[in-house]
Design a protein around this ligand. Structure first.
Ligand code: 26V
Length: 811
């Protein structure tokens, strides 16, 4: 294991500082101090990184490549130090130099190259792969601008660009010599040479893909894996612009801009798919570069491409990298002279696919004409995959035209990426038990009947290193004191903590830790918004992307309902609550942006209403991101997981909250079901429609939101308050929410679940009043959270899908 002592560290650090900045440490700014530390840590890591790669190559270990359009890493310094096992030592060393490590860590810009759950999952997986000694690397895009920054101005979201590279990114290394060329456009000339067809791609535009590698540090095991992110550059960057005639000069600039546009910006949508050409370019760009570099490396170190799938696993995170399938086919057939059948066998055995959503509007399908023009050879290959698949369908289901239409890959002028992903891979997994069952029984049932053995479940997880050890040091200490530290390597050992659930001393300690974490958050709220919140109140939190199916609206209507009740009876004896929201709306998602406005309008009114005696406060935290999550989650008493049953594939913040001792109020959706199974009904508060009821309404109708509202006075009041000037003089401001709930019949059953949600919240009040009961619930939640470590998830992927890691090596 990496070893260093404090004195050496101090010496190294001082030296590094001077070397980089050319001034003595005492004269340096905090940001310079951060940079020097980051660069020093990277130095420490470099030899291990080289050794890890050497070992992988020498041992010819099976390599996993995790392809994802998004990696939401957050900050890296703290976690790299933690995983190297030198965080405490550095903290002490820096203290001797009068430097506060926590303060330096906070100066790091979040690496926010993802939208939400899917991108953060990819980041947790990288951490777990490295920590479990699994040779697994990320492959994605180095967006110049990450997920936009959110400002709240007059209660509304305003987007500004995330210029995360403004200061140098100390973690990445640019690898000029590992660049790949990606080809777009042009035509394919088919020739018949020596008895076989040859496909010659001509007149294409070339783009240079240059990789930037970031070290992913395993936990105290000397393993450093890589995250490789590709940046788009013009092929010939060294244009001598002055020698061009005016027309050529402008053309050259245009070309440069159009190429650089490819890796310019992360699309800030995660639920509405739009068939944008640039996004298609992004997908092919990183997939092609990634696959080419894998093949180049494989040929150099191993050789026999017919055995590729013995040594390489490629995983595609949702359908966004599905072009890995035709791209691998292209290389094997066009460049390596494979027969179709051999190429198909190798490709399908190499690639595996995870589905992350059943929302129909998020499923990717690309217009044939656009696709064909941008990627002519890839399109030809997909056409052939589709032709052969249809043949198979015809044999299996003769004369069942409708079924064949439904299942085909190219249909109605579109390429359906999910179908291609299922057909062209050997494994298809959902991300929680319920979600996988829905895939099998409903969304993908035809495919499930055809390929039952491909389908499997891998319930999501979160890395306990970031989400507990790093973000909640006091709770970590308590766990070590009570149950030791075996849980760090074996998270399910946390179950031993259950023994202490009724221990008065431990309960007292738990509540003290929570209080301290709430104080930290309260300080941030005061700084950000000037509002003072009561840390004795229930911190009731819903942080996630703003989306109709996640039902922030249900939460908002509930707060309106409680407020009305309090106005009717200001002496009503309820525990005070602080409602905390956070999350970004896609810039084009009008209803979601209105939801943010509504929450802020409710906050403005309630927070300033003296009549209710500070019993309620509503806070919308600006710019929710990974770092803010690390502050909010440990400070939470009540975790709101209230999506419409069947809609949230898994959820992962639900796991982070329970691991930090929050109690969950939830619908039986996504991984909430498994959390309930773990902690038992008495340690979670469940409400709302069941899966069966929801499916029944969607299939057979019978829901009338007007009828539900008219039968409940609370609902009549709160819905009218949306449009009667109660929360804003402009009565039209929230009309769209009103109409969505009533005139459009409330697609996500907000009104239907209102009563059951209100009752569940009353139960929360009652439970919270009983301090011992509440802390015992918190303890049980913590104790049972180990199963939701992404180490467990990755172990399952490695043994069940990739054939990599321990088992494989022991064969
Ligand atoms: C979809 C789209 C649609 C086109 C525009 C760009 C874009 C970008 C991302 C996505 C993926 C949406 C799917 C997603 O994020 N699913 C979430 O995945 C989490 C990890 O598995 C899971 O916990 C959440 O429940 C699920 O909503």
């Amino acid at each position: 294991m990496f070893k260093i002592n404090k004195e050496v560290f101090i010496k190294d650090y001082k030296r590094k500082f001077v070397e980089i900045h050319g001034v003595p440490l005492e004269e340096g700014s905090d940001i310079e101090k951060y940079q020097a530390l980051g660069i020093l840590v990277k130095d420490y890591v470099i030899d291990m990184w080289i050794n890890t790669n050497k070992r992988y190559n020498d041992n010819k270990e099976k390599q996993v490549y995790y392809f994802s359009m998004e990696f939401l890493l957050g900050r890296l310094l703290g976690n790299s130090l933690l995983n190297l096992g030198i965080r405490d030592l550095c903290k002490e060393g820096l203290k001797e130099l009068n430097i506060d490590l926590d303060k330096l860590e906070e100066l790091e810009q979040d690496q926010g190259l993802g939208n939400g759950g899917l991108g953060r999952l990819a980041a947790c997986f990288l951490d777990s792969m490295a920590s479990l000694n699994i040779p697994g690397h990320g492959c994605g895009i180095r967006y110049k601008y990450g997920f936009f920054e959110q400002k709240i101005i007059n209660g509304s979201q305003v987007e500004t660009p995330d210029v995360w590279l403004r200061k140098d990114n100390v973690w990445e290394i640019k690898k000029h010599n590992k660049a790949e060329v990606v080809k777009f456009g042009g035509e394919v000339k088919v020739e018949y040479i020596d008895g076989s067809l040859k496909f010659n791609h001509i007149n294409y535009d070339s783009v240079l893909a240059t990789p930037y590698d970031t070290p992913i540090v395993g936990y105290k095991n000397d393993v450093i894996n890589s995250l490789r992110l590709w940046s788009a550059e013009p092929i010939n960057n060294e244009f001598d612009f002055s020698s061009f005639s005016r027309g050529e000069y402008l053309k050259a600039i245009e070309y440069k801009n159009s190429v650089e546009a490819i890796s310019q910006v992360l699309y800030p949508e995660d639920s509405f798919y739009e068939g944008k050409l640039l996004r298609l370019k992004q997908q092919y760009f990183f997939v092609s570069a990634g696959i080419q570099s894998i093949i180049r490396h494989y040929k150099k170190h191993i050789g026999d491409l017919y055995l590729l799938n013995d040594r390489i696993a490629i995983h595609i995170n949702d359908t966004h990298p599905t072009m890995a399938i035709p791209e691998l086919m292209r290389i094997l057939i066009d460049e390596e002279n494979f027969s179709w059948d051999d190429a198909w066998r190798v490709t399908t055995n190499t690639i595996s696919y995870t589905n992350h959503t059943i929302l129909a509007e998020a499923l990717e399908k690309w217009e044939v004409n656009m696709f064909k023009k941008l990627l002519p050879r890839i399109y030809m290959i997909i056409e052939e995959i589709d032709r052969r698949f249809r043949e198979e369908l015809n044999n299996r289901y003769p004369y069942q035209e409708e079924k064949i239409h439904k299942m085909a890959i190219i249909e109605d002028g579109f390429v359906k990426m999910a179908h291609l992903a299922v057909v062209g891979s050997h494994s298809v997994n959902g991300v929680a038990k319920l979600h996988t069952e829905i895939l099998k029984k409903q969304e993908m049932s035809d495919f499930y009947y055809m390929f039952p053995r491909k389908f499997n479940n891998k319930t999501n997880g979160i890395t306990h290193r970031r989400w507990l050890i790093k973000s909640n040091p006091e709770l970590t200490k308590l766990l070590k004191m009570t149950i030791g530290d075996s849980w760090i390597k074996h998270p399910t050992d946390m179950e031993a903590f259950k023994r202490f659930k009724d221990d008065a001393v431990v309960q007292e300690k738990l509540s003290e830790i929570k209080k301290n974490n709430k104080e930290r958050l309260a300080k941030k709220i005061k700084e950000q918004q000037g509002i003072i919140v009561d840390t004795n109140s229930i911190f009731d939190v819903q942080v996630k992307r703003i989306h109709a199916y996640k039902r922030q609206t249900l939460n908002a209507l509930r707060i309106m309902g409680i407020y009305n009740k309090l106005l009717g009876d200001p002496n009503l004896d309820i525990p005070p609550r602080t409602f905390i929201f956070g999350g970004k709306a896609a810039p084009g998602y009008y209803l979601a942006k209105k939801t943010i406005e509504l929450i802020n309008a409710i906050g403005k009114k309630i927070n300033n209403d003296k009549r209710i005696n500070d019993k309620l406060k509503v806070i919308f935290m600006e710019n929710y991101n990974v770092s803010l999550a690390e502050l909010i989650i440990p400070a939470t008493d009540l975790s709101e997981q209230i999506s419409t049953t069947t809609k949230e594939a898994s959820g992962t913040s639900n796991m982070k909250f329970m691991m930090n001792g929050a109690v969950t109020i939830a619908t039986l959706d996504g991984a909430n079901v498994e959390i309930r199974d773990e902690v038992g009904d008495e340690n979670i508060i469940i409400f709302g429609l069941t899966e069966k009821e929801v499916v029944n309404y969607y299939r057979n109708g019978g829901y009338s939101s007007w009828a539900v509202r008219n039968s409940d006075n609370r609902l009549i009041n709160v819905t009218e308050q949306l449009v009667n000037g109660f929360y804003d003089q402009d009565r039209e401001r929230f009309r769209i929410i009103y109409r969505d709930l009533l005139d459009y019949n409330d697609e996500f059953f907000v009104l239907k679940d209102f009563d059951s949600y209100m009752n569940a919240q009353e139960k929360v009040d009652e439970l919270y009043r009983n301090k011992a009961k509440w802390q015992s619930m918190a303890a049980v939640n913590i104790a049972h959270s180990g199963i939701f470590s992404s180490d467990r998830t990755i172990q399952e992927y490695a043994t069940g899908i990739w054939g990599s890691g321990f088992l494989y090596k022991n064969l």
